[in-house]
Design a protein around this ligand. Sequence first.
Ligand SMILES: C=C(O[C@@H]1C=C(C(=O)O)C=C[C@H]1O)C(=O)O
Length: 423
Amino acid sequence: MQSDSVRIEVSSTQSTERRLNPVDFWETSRALGLPAALWRLPNQQEKQLIVSFDEILPQVSADLEELPAGFLVGPFDNLNTDTATPSRTLFLRADVQARFSDDNQSFSVNNNGEIADRFQKLLTEQFDTNSTTQLAPMVPTALVDPEAEKHYTTNVAKAVEAMQRGEFRKVVLSRTKRLLFADAPNAVQLFDKLCQKYPTAFISAVSIPEKGQIWISATPERLVSVDANGIFRTNSLAGTQSAFEPDGTPKRPPEAMWSQKEIEEQALVSRYIIECFKKIRLREYQEEGPKTIIAGNLMHLATSFTVDTQAVRYPQLGTVMLRLLHPTSAVCGTPRDIAFDFINQHETHDRELYSGFVGPVNINTNNEGPASDLFVHIRCMKLEGNVATLYAGAGLTEHSVPQLEWQETEMKCQTLLSVISQQ
Ligand SMILES: C=C(O[C@@H]1C=C(C(=O)O)C=C[C@H]1O)C(=O)O
């Protein structure tokens, strides 16, 4: 596919100063009803974007070795236990690819034909007409559900009782928060603000026209990465506290205090990962942590796991681990299937893409070779026209206090809310 790729050249009749930016590509794809993904990897400055020419996205099995360059979006409810049933992971093929950094930009169309021509024509028009749009600040109103807190804390109490009876050890219960905007908010503007505010997070905006949805996230949690040198990485993340003292001063991560409940909760996620390695008899992994990490307004406990897939001669490790890991104990629970059933029975909202996974696959950055970076889709929201739905969950054990877990979900919502309401 790469061999057919054509560089996009846009010559403007209006402006010689302006350069193509993510908004031009985003708006062009939206005008044509084409799916698009915009993302920025943790600790990087470069923003990347792809547009798929599939108006209806294919559902693929998340096979990192087989897929061409693109972007994967997997729902939470995506248990791939039966190989006869197609997996429900959506795939955006990189028909148009663009990268933007301060000193460098590159764009290509990796496909030809009528859609490619229409895309280029509309992109040029967009470039000419929409040069300096200043966007008004977005101030939404909360669509308050007066029953939400009671419903959530009641379910937490039920989960605690079930865990005290020994039915399972951990479950992650989530809730939603809805906001109403006067106009559909600008996704790229929000994405840019999140990039600025959370340099260590994976930031993404994914437009799925067939669902009428845009999903935006700033997630701290890596699910599966395989870099150009074949280094596999995953992460166990759990335990949550504010990154600030009550007087507003930032806490220092090495001095963070964690309760027994939080240490145990995170250890369960690490154990879950190690059990997955055991299932495939892989012993040569490096484990580092747990350490306290900062994720925007919050702190978590994190352990990182790395494997050199070349040294262990396991090139398909990323795909195999993705299937085994998702959904991890950080978003579902332990034992997984019992926690999954508890979630389905007690949560009244459909999680859809929340607590699924998102990220680029087989993207060749700087000619280093293809790399894949999938993240757990948390700290996210769904935009449907003027309405935003935020999602947040908390990991529960038998020691959980319902009111504190509710407060934890409120803090998690703040990661996006603080940016949305920024003037
Ligand atoms: C489930 C979420 O976050 C996960 C749950 C955590 C916890 O229970 O402490 C911490 C980090 C994430 O692994 C979420 O943000 O919605």
